[in-house]
Design a binder for this molecule. Structure first.
Ligand SMILES: Cc1cc2nc3c(=O)[nH]c(=O)nc-3n(C[C@H](O)[C@H](O)[C@H](O)COP(=O)(O)OP(=O)(O)OC[C@H]3O[C@@H](n4cnc5c(N)ncnc54)[C@H](O)[C@@H]3O)c2cc1C
Length: 390
């Protein structure tokens, strides 16, 4: 297959997983000769169904037009919205927080209320503190009992973030600034005790088994080309050894979030800076009038659908089967529609379905054991075909 069409094929697979495109960073993706030695370094994940320690389900808060960031008046209170980040909430959080806080500061730079304590609420609260505000978070639930805690934990800034036909040039520019700002924040969080944020290696394994092309019935926007210059692109490695179950590997550095430790780090940062947390459930926007702050930033994620009667939010169900952590085998990989992130706090095994519409408009948050086993078995088969007895 010529390089260009090969690259396109791999790019389709990568965007299905919400990974950045493969085309080169200020240049070309390198097509290398067979580098068996390189591929033998593939960490061994003990993908066995008896190592599943839990199954979690989360609903991505998807909006065709992208996250909501406009400002609204609720009686005497000003509300800046910051919700609807689809499959990109962790990735875009700092940049989105910056935009939301900039909109809240003209109303009050002293007292800001943040509603919600997931990826978006926590980062928004910290950015508001950095701007000098006294911040109170109001939330029904805190980590680990928020949907953000059930994410794969990868840098996926354009995963299910908007629909192609609804993206405006203004949104694309805003998305780019959010992604660039967030990425720079993540570089400043490297090397912390416990490694809440770190780089691992991603292996995109291209199966030798023929598979149906991945379709995208929803028409998700793909914006990654705009930020190609900020992340390492890696190499495309051709595998000549026909006994291996994959014919090509896209190997690249991958930014990941160890979500358990990272959320704990953010909570501590917020509290150490004098932040306050009040547990409460808002039933209607007018409930805000009983709270003291003049301005609130609404970071309620999928909860905004009910609270703000916002039917533009469409749930996209995603399930993870978690395997017992293997600190000796930290890496990410994709193979046969399964996405794996071997993190310090658990191994994510996510079966991505047969097309990109998988989970769209599905509100079912019950774990599906069959789906969980399917993903784990595919990765089990990969290692067995490589000769491992895992
Ligand atoms: C399977 C899966 C994998 C994912 N992987 C990634 C990934 O690798 N990288 C990435 O960047 N993103 C990923 N995402 C997307 C990411 O998880 C979401 O974008 C993110 O969780 C949204 O965060 P949030 O803070 O807006 O919402 P939430 O985490 O849902 O937080 C909402 C907060 O608001 C509170 N709240 C809601 N309603 C009310 C109310 N009425 N009153 C008071 N409080 C309220 C909640 O209690 C909670 O504190 C993934 C999603 C799924 C489903």
């Amino acid at each position: 297959m010529p390089l260009l069409s090969r690259r396109r094929a791999m790019t389709r697979g990568a965007s299905l997983l919400g990974l950045s495109s493969l085309s080169g960073c200020a240049g070309e993706t390198l097509l290398q000769p067979d580098l068996d030695a390189d591929v033998r370094s593939l960490p061994v994940i003990r993908a066995r169904t008896d190592r599943i320690d839990r199954i979690t389900v989360c609903l991505r808060p998807f909006r065709a037009a992208g996250p909501r960031l406009d400002v609204e008046q609720v009686e005497r209170k000003t509300v800046v919205h910051n919700y609807g980040h689809g499959g990109s909430g962790w990735s875009l959080s700092w940049g989105s927080a910056k935009l939301a806080v900039e909109r809240a500061l003209p109303v009050s730079s002293r007292n800001i209320g943040v509603i919600g304590c997931g990826a978006i609420g926590l980062t928004t609260a910290i950015v508001a503190q950095q701007a000098g505000a006294q911040v109170t978070i109001y939330a029904e639930a805190l980590p680990p009992f928020v949907r953000s805690a059930r994410a794969s934990g990868s840098w996926t800034p354009s995963s299910r973030i908007a629909r192609k036909d609804a993206v405006t040039p203004e949104f694309a520019t805003r998305w780019e600034s959010m992604a660039r700002y967030s990425f720079s924040c993540y570089q400043n969080l490297q090397g912390l005790p416990g490694h809440p944020v770190e780089w691992d290696t991603f292996y995109g394994l291209h199966s030798r088994e023929p598979s149906a092309p991945h379709t995208d019935p929803i028409g998700f926007a793909s914006l990654d080309d705009r930020i190609q210059d900020i992340e390492p692109q890696g190499n495309l490695i051709r595998i000549n050894n026909s006994r291996l179950p994959y014919s090509e590997v896209h190997k690249k550095p991958n930014l990941i979030f160890n979500v358990t430790g990272y959320a704990d780090y953010l909570l501590r940062q917020f509290l150490e800076r004098g932040g306050r947390i009040k547990i409460l459930t808002l039933h209607h926007p007018s409930d805000l009038t009983a709270l003291p702050e003049p301005v609130f930033i609404n970071c309620t994620g999928y909860g905004a659908r009910a609270l703000w009667s916002d039917n533009t939010i469409v749930p996209i169900r995603g399930q993870i089967a978690w395997l017992i952590p293997q600190p000796e085998a930290l890496c990410s990989m994709s193979f046969g529609n399964v996405y794996v992130v071997s993190r310090r706090d658990g191994i994510v095994i996510q079966w991505m379905g047969t097309d990109m519409g998988f989970g769209y408009d599905n509100t079912d948050e019950k774990p599906d054991l069959t789906e969980a086993r399917r993903g784990v078995s595919i990765i089990n088969g990969l290692y067995r075909n490589m000769g491992y007895n895992i």
